[in-house]
Structure formats: structure tokens, C-alpha cells
Design a protein around this ligand. Structure first.
Ligand code: ADP
Ligand code: 5GP
Length: 206
């Protein structure tokens, strides 16, 4: 009651900074937020479920979707292709839901162009050393893949100024608290209140 339209929350980070962990924590804490399940040509990691973490597709299928204009944005990241479904986002926003997008910095810039009101959040590791430890500790990528992701990290980190918020993920608890605070602050903007609700319920005393 009284709250209008959903928001797009875009979260980017160098691989291994803890973005997936934070997104999962955010959705557990604020269950109203819907996750945008991206399409990708990368192989599933152990435990990843098709349709939940990603929609896993072949390269020809991905290319077909690109040519049909089915992506709101797409990018090549670490030698694989990733894209956000236009239809899924349109449906979520039309239903008034808040959407969470876990996408790379190229994708975040594309979303900002199309939705200037999107909230862009960048997650940083506390240091390069910690980033390497987390990628190795996750145990899901080969040394070659980890090397490639670390090489790409600097290029992503240098774009931090394109984001509205930067959250350093040292302590998970503190970072999650900050992420929740950003989302809740956005949902509390005065501009989010439906003026008709104020008018009817509080001002129209007759
Ligand atoms: P991303 O989605 O950014 O690639 P993940 O969420 O998969 O990163 O996190 C990478 C690894 O680091 C995982 O093993 C995760 O459990 C761990 N991790 C995430 N956040 C923290 C944190 N604040 N402290 C310690 N380990 C963390
Ligand atoms: P991972 O392979 O570790 O799941 O993701 C690699 C990178 O691709 C991460 O930076 C992630 O945010 C990004 N990514 C995931 N889905 C999308 C998407 O739909 N579009 C774009 N541009 N990047 C994505």
C-alpha cells in the first residue's frame, strides 16, 4: 500500500569478490526481490541448477537470441557469453517487483543507459590477495580460469566510479548489512510514495 513501482538493483564485482554470496544473503533477508536469471554459454559449476543460477545455453542458441534482440544487454566475460533476458525483466517490472541483476561492469553500463534510475552497486574485495584466495578457495575453477579472472579484475575495478555505491566485502556480515541498507534506503525515497495514497488516506478528511 502506498509504495509505487519496482527498482532495478545491479550488482557487479570482479569474479570471486563475493557477489553471488551477497546476492543470496540479500534475497534471504528481503524476499520480495526477484533475481534476474541470466543466460550463459559457460559450463555449469558443481551445484549450479539450470533455470535457478543461470539458463545454460549453447553458443548457437545464445547467438540466435542475440540476433532476435532477446537480450536487454549481453557481454563476453572471461571467454564466455552472458546476457539478461529482456522479457523476464519486462515482466518483473510490469508486476511492480524489484529486480536484482548480477552482471559484469559492461552489462551494468548498458543497463544504466536504458534505465537511468537503476541502482548500481559495486562489490570490492578487501585486497587482490584476498580475491585470489577466494577464487582458489571456491574450488570450482581451474588454475587457468582463475588466472584469467584475476587478470580481468583490475579492468573491472577501475570502473568503480560508474557505480552509485561501493561495498567492500571484508566481513560478510558487515557487507551484507550495507547492501541491505542501500536497498532499503532506495525503497524509502519520498519519491516512491504514491501521492494518491497520501491524498486519500490522510488529507481527504471529508
Ligand atoms: P562471486 O560471485 O563474486 O564470483 P562468490 O560469492 O562465489 O563470488 O564468492 C567467492 C568465494 O569467496 C566463495 O567461496 C565464498 O564462499 C567466499 N566468500 C564470499 N564472501 C566472503 C567473505 N566476506 N569472507 C570470506 N569468504 C567469502
Ligand atoms: P560467473 O561465471 O562467475 O558466474 O560470472 C562471470 C561474470 O559474468 C560475473 O561478473 C557476472 O556478474 C557476469 N554476468 C553474469 N550474468 C551476466 C549477464 O547476464 N550479463 C552480463 N553482462 N554479465 C553477466
Amino acid at each position: 500500500m502506498g509504495i509505487i513501482k519496482g527498482d532495478l538493483f545491479v550488482i557487479s564485482a570482479p569474479s570471486g569478490a563475493g557477489k553471488s554470496t551477497l546476492c543470496k544473503g540479500l534475497m534471504e533477508a528481503l524476499p520480495g526481490i526477484r533475481f534476474s536469471v541470466s543466460y550463459t554459454t559457460r559450463e555449469p559449476r558443481p551445484g549450479e541448477v539450470n533455470g535457478v543460477h543461470y539458463n545454460f545455453v549453447t553458443q548457437p542458441e545464445f547467438e540466435r537470441m542475440v540476433s532476435k534482440g532477446e537480450f536487454l544487454e549481453w557481454a563476453r566475460v572471461h571467454d564466455n557469453y552472458y546476457g539478461t533476458s529482456k522479457k523476464a525483466i519486462d515482466e518483473m517490472l510490469a508486476g511492480g517487483a524489484d529486480c536484482l541483476l548480477d552482471i559484469d561492469t559492461q552489462g551494468a553500463a548498458q543497463i544504466r543507459k536504458q534505465f537511468p534510475g537503476a541502482v548500481l552497486i559495486f562489490i570490492m574485495p578487501p585486497s587482490m590477495g584476498v580475491l585470489k584466495q577466494r577464487l582458489e578457495g571456491r574450488g570450482s575453477d581451474t588454475p587457468e580460469v582463475i588466472k584469467r579472472r584475476l587478470e580481468n579484475a583490475a579492468g573491472e575495478i577501475k570502473r568503480y566510479k560508474e557505480f552509485d555505491y561501493v561495498i567492500i566485502n571484508g566481513s560478510l556480515e558487515e557487507a551484507l548489512g550495507r547492501l541491505k541498507a542501500v536497498v532499503l534506503a532506495r525503497k524509502s525515497l519520498a519519491a516512491k510514495i504514491d501521492p494518491d495514497w497520501i491524498e486519500k488516506d490522510f488529507l481527504n478528511r471529508g
